[in-house]
Design a protein around this ligand. Structure first.
Ligand SMILES: Nc1ncnc2c1ncn2[C@@H]1O[C@H](COP(=O)(O)OP(=O)(O)OP(=O)(O)O)[C@@H](O)[C@H]1O
Length: 375
């Protein structure tokens, strides 16, 4: 479906999970996503990046209607997804159409393919549902065409195989074809290449980008790895969104964010990704005061990053910065928004506030990226 409304618009989205950790213990609320606004347009590519547990998957699933937000709204082409789901008779766009339009490819393709179904049967299902008028021969020809398109030749051989007769990369390709056969507007690719061998990752990313262009599908990629995120968004003129402890702390065009990162946390991610050509400095010490990630059950007051931030001042512990475009002269070429007082005007109290004393300093790129900085 095409319209001039954004494919997805999320406003002030919060997702909180309430857990009971033990029989006698109190309930705990994990603030997985907090106050996020995100718009994804037609043919748009966005990559969410951040440490493990920062809320990328939760936000991605919320964007495609798989996770209900605790508050805030998630709309598909202007239609509130959860209203469509619950009051389907009032919905301008039926929930069934929304489900078809928003697809997902999981990190582990094996778990999303039915082990008892041949590739042909798996791929026939979306076509039978969405194109019931298609003849059996036409369906088969379309599926074989797609298998060849992703390099699974001879297609007749591959279409007769079961998932256990496919490699990890082949399973991921089948999952990608299945998502595309639904003719979606948006595909959420959640760490879709991280389970593959390093040698296959670039191939898979290239394939996704080629198909993205061919099918004009928008993609929301999730990655803990800044170089993969860069690879996936750069060619398509997409955006990188940096998440920290449930919040979007910086978002903008890929090269802008990498060449001129504004949030101190984005600088940490950049430091922790040694193979990024866009790195301008070559410092060996992490630009961070504290490696440990705070608990999302009890996040720090004010700016959530202040406990680790080398630029933190007293005001950062008291007030919470919102995502704002930079008004600083030095950012004139890159005004994309960041949630940091350092992009605010000279008259903001931050600039007069006292620096926060250094906490214990540690090092280690791998702890910053969740143990996989170099992959
Ligand atoms: N269903 C759930 N119930 C309770 N807590 C959850 C649930 N799903 C996620 N969380 C918690 O919410 C926070 C965000 O998790 P999420 O999986 O979205 O992060 P992530 O950035 O995708 O992490 P990773 O890169 O490790 O997948 C984490 O603290 C996680 O433990």
């Amino acid at each position: 479906m095409s319209s001039d409304r954004p494919v997805i618009s999320m406003e002030d989205v919060e997702v909180h999970f309430t857990n009971k950790s033990g029989f006698f213990s109190d309930e705990q609320t994990v603030q997985a996503v907090n106050g996020v606004d995100l718009e994804i347009g037609e043919n748009d590519v966005v990559a969410l990046v951040g440490e493990s547990g920062c809320g990328k998957t939760t936000l991605g699933k919320t964007a495609i209607g798989l996770q209900r937000p605790t508050s805030g709204s998630v709309k598909y082409r202007g239609q509130d997804i959860w209203e469509a789901r619950e009051n389907s008779s009032d919905a301008e766009i039926p929930f069934g159409d929304i489900r078809r339009a928003l697809q997902i490819i999981h990190q582990d393709p094996g778990s999303s393919l039915n082990p008892n179904r041949r590739v042909l049967n798996t791929l026939e299902r979306p076509l039978k549902t969405w194109h019931p008028e298609m003849s059996t021969d036409d369906r088969e020809a379309r599926i074989h065409g797609m298998l060849e398109r992703v390099g699974m030749k001879p297609a007749e051989d591959y279409s007769g195989r079961y998932p256990h007769q496919l490699s990890g990369g082949e399973k991921q390709r089948v999952a990608l074809i299945r998502a595309l056969l639904m003719n979606p507007d948006l595909i959420l690719a959640d760490e879709a290449v991280s389970a593959l061998d390093v040698s296959l990752r670039v191939d898979m990313m290239d394939l996704m980008l080629e198909l993205q262009e061919q099918f004009n599908t928008s993609f929301l990629f999730i990655s803990h790895n800044l170089s993969n995120a860069r690879y996936l968004t750069k060619k398509t003129g997409g955006r990188i969104g940096i998440m920290y402890l449930g919040q979007m702390v910086e978002i903008g065009p890929t090269e802008e964010v990498l060449k001129n990162p504004k949030h101190p946390y984005s600088k940490v991610l950049q430091w922790a990704t040694p193979d990024l050509e866009a790195r301008t400095d070559d410092i060996s010490e992490p630009p961070i005061r504290e490696i440990d990630i705070p608990d999302p059950v009890d996040p720090p007051s004010g700016c959530r990053f202040h406990t680790r931030c080398p630029e933190a001042r007293e005001v950062c512990a008291q007030q919470e910065p919102t995502l704002e475009e930079s008004t600083r002269q030095r950012d004139a070429d890159a005004t994309h928004p960041a949630a940091c007082f350092r992009v605010y005007d000279d008259d903001h109290p931050y600039w007069e506030s006292e620096p926060i004393e250094d906490l214990e300093s540690t090092d280690g790129r791998s702890s910053i990226t969740g143990g996989e900085a170099d992959d």
